[in-house]
Design a protein around this ligand. Structure first.
Ligand code: 7RM
Length: 659
């Protein structure tokens, strides 16, 4: 039974917070079994960071040991880890497991869009595939340091392509399979990719024949650096192949030699570029390097997911998002995990798909995003009830704060009150998880990412950059010290790296997030600082208002933005989607208003509430408030780029429903 406790004081986080202590069953076999152990490790990491991070790098196999563990300076903005060390990321994720006698272990369980389609790859099979793919890329002229654009859906060849690039020391840039030809052009031109790896067409839920190769064809004439396009046959739909430029993956791999030695890479050689769309301006290419990134991904996967040999682990994230890089490929595979990769969507063929896949593959560890949970929770409990979820041991969440209603649903309906939930806070820029519970040690408060991992030094600063000491403080979340997984630069634009992350609070890395450190020292992310709304002089975090609105029983999801108001300066405009079966009415509007007043106070109550069918989200589930702000302000003729939305059609109905 979880412990029960009421938090006192005038906390900005509304409800009486229940604390869920780890169960004895979870703690008994966990890598970290108590808070005493957590504090001991954290203290050691703080006192002797280089010794601690050297130990973590020992999770990998290096062909040459580093000369120096770290050399970083947040004033000069120069970050290096494991200087002089040599290794190969693909060797660490694949070859060494085969060499250690684990070739027969399943590396990848692929679940297709169609429930009848499953493929399995052992580490030995993956080893052969990546070597052939690496040789095929070599034959196309790809060499160490070249950039390769990977534009695919969630198929096994995507993982093979990523690892094959790593094997050659080619820098991969994965672009979401749903992005338009134009988004592809911008990203390819920014990094000067030589090759595009894509597929004929894709399938996702009820959508058949999603254009992929055709988009690459549209992009190619506008991307002078692209010499070759390698095409995986996924659906068999007919595509145009341009002689001399395009070749088939299956033919190239069949023709390629089955052996390809991994390139010896320097720890600080680039491993990948991943574009973050950002709220405005052109996308930033976050650059991650080999030794530090892989060490950090391996370290965090081990502790946060408490991985043990034999566990089946499923991360629902797309590889087009950093979560797919770190926790579908690099982190798990560096730990020799068995990973489920899913091509489909949560509601196809029905709302039980996730739960059916968990039952089918006896998934033990499950990592998803609150946006998916809310979408499924909205449909009620009968879907999960139809499937055997008893294999689950741990649940994870990422991408945005997981608020109380979906937390409780995840805990009770999916985890049957047995499974710890790790709410993992991190960013593309951090490479891996930074703040998260440890499942066997940390008492969990729903909605809080809880405490920093070992060696991570978060601070809360005020507008002036003064460090707020002690607990129960609110401000901007910064990191005072580097960690191996930190991004090193914005590809091709170091000044932008410096400006974005190190200018506002000199000497510290600025995350862009606001947070509250509660009386127990737990971190609660209150949303992006840029999204903070000032109403009559009160600073209000978007996440807090959305959380309060979500407490209304009819609400499935909410997003709030500011709009100009004559008296208050700004007022709050809320976009609300209701649970299936709930009707929009003035009564619900009133009820929502009362809920917010009750929980946060009258200053935070929304001035306007618009009921919506859906919210504008990126493929990784993040609400694009930029678009909502424009709608709320009435600037509907100029909504900016909406091509990176998961479903651009929601915009139209939002505009027409404007209050
Ligand atoms: C992994 C990822 C990063 C931003 C980050 C936050 C928000 C992510 C959480 C969260 C509260 C969480 N990378 N965010 N995880 N907020 N609790 N557990 O999402 O680069 O795409 O986004 O996402 O604002 O700064 S990301």
């Amino acid at each position: 039974m979880p412990a029960f406790q009421i938090m006192s004081g005038s906390s900005p986080i509304p409800t009486a917070v229940r604390v869920f202590a780890p169960t004895a069953a979870t703690s008994a076999h966990a890598h970290v079994r108590s808070m005493a152990d957590y504090h001991a490790l954290a203290a050691r990491a703080l006192a002797q960071p280089d010794a601690f991070w050297a130990e973590q790098a020992g999770r990998l196999s290096w062909s040459r040991t580093w000369d120096k563990v770290s050399a970083w300076d947040f004033n000069q903005v120069d970050i290096k880890w494991y200087l002089g060390g040599k290794l190969n990321a693909c060797h660490n994720c694949v070859d060494r497991h085969v060499a250690d006698g684990h070739g027969a272990t399943t590396a990848l369980i692929w679940e297709g869009n169609d429930p009848a389609e499953t493929r399995r790859l052992t580490y030995a099979q993956l080893h052969e595939q990546v070597q052939r793919a690496a040789n095929a890329l070599k034959a196309l002229g790809v060499r160490k340091g070249d950039r390769v654009c990977i534009y695919m859906q969630m198929i096994p060849e995507l993982a093979v392509a990523v690892l094959a690039c790593a094997r050659l020391g080619a820098v991969h840039s994965v672009v979401f399979g749903a992005f338009s030809a134009d988004s592809l052009v911008t990203r390819i031109n920014d990094s000067g990719c030589k090759v595009i790896i894509t597929q004929d067409t894709g399938v996702r839920g009820p959508k058949q024949d999603i254009a992929m190769k055709a988009n690459a064809d549209l992009a190619a004439p506008k991307t002078p650096s692209v010499e070759k396009i390698l095409v995986v046959r996924r659906t068999g739909s007919s595509v145009t192949m341009q002689a001399g430029r395009d070749s088939w993956w299956h033919e190239a791999l069949a023709a390629a030699d089955a052996e390809c030695a991994p390139e010896v890479m320097d720890a600080e050689d680039p491993l990948f570029i991943l574009y973050t769309s950002g709220s405005t301006g052109k996308p930033k290419g976050a650059l991650h390097t080999t030794g530090g990134y892989l060490t950090y991904a391996a370290f965090t996967f081990h502790y946060v997911f408490d991985y043990k040999p034999g566990d089946v682990y499923w991360c629902t994230a797309d590889v087009g998002w950093v979560t797919g890089h770190s926790y579908l490929i690099y982190g798990p595979m560096a730990n020799r995990a068995t990973v489920v990769m899913f091509e489909g969507v949560p509601n196809y063929p029905d709302y039980g798909r996730f739960w059916q896949v968990i039952a089918k593959h006896k998934v033990n560890l499950f990592y998803t995003a609150p946006t998916a949970l809310r979408a499924l929770m909205k449909e009620g409990d009968t879907w999960p009830a139809q499937h055997d979820l008893s294999s689950l041991r741990l649940l994870g969440s990422v991408g945005e704060p997981i608020k109380e209603p979906e937390w409780l649903w995840y805990h009770n309906v999916i985890g049957k009150a047995r499974c710890p939930i790790v709410d993992t806070w991190w960013q593309t820029e951090t490479g891996g998880i930074m703040i998260s519970p440890l499942p066997g040690a940390t008492p969990i408060k729903p909605g809080s990412a809880t405490l920093p991992l070992f060696g991570i030094q978060p601070q809360v600063v005020d507008e002036q950059g003064t460090v707020l000491e002690g607990n129960d403080v609110r401000g901007c979340l910064v990191l005072a010290a580097s960690w191996p997984g930190q991004m090193r630069t914005v590809y091709g634009d170091h000044p932008r790296f410096v400006d974005t992350y190190f200018k506002r609070f000199p000497g510290k890395y600025f995350t862009g997030d606001g947070c509250w450190r509660d009386p127990d020292g737990y971190y609660w992310i209150t949303g992006r600082v840029d999204d903070i709304i000032i109403v009559s002089g009160h600073n209000i975090g978007t996440a807090e208002v959305e959380g309060a609105i979500g407490q209304h029983p009819a609400v499935a999801e909410a997003a709030v933005v500011a709009f100009p108001h004559d008296i208050k300066g700004n007022a709050i405009y809320a976009f609300v989607t209701l649970k299936t079966g709930q009707a929009a009415s003035d009564e619900v509007r009133k009820g929502i208003n009362l809920k917010v007043r009750d929980i946060l106070g009258p200053h935070a109550a929304p001035e306007k509430i618009q009921f919506a069918e859906g919210l504008p989200k990126t493929r990784s589930g993040k609400i694009m408030r930029r678009i909502l702000r424009k709608i709320a302000e009435g600037h509907v003729e100029d909504l900016g780029d909406i091509s990176t939305l998961a479903d651009p059609t929601v915009v139209e109905s939002l505009v027409s429903g404007r209050q």
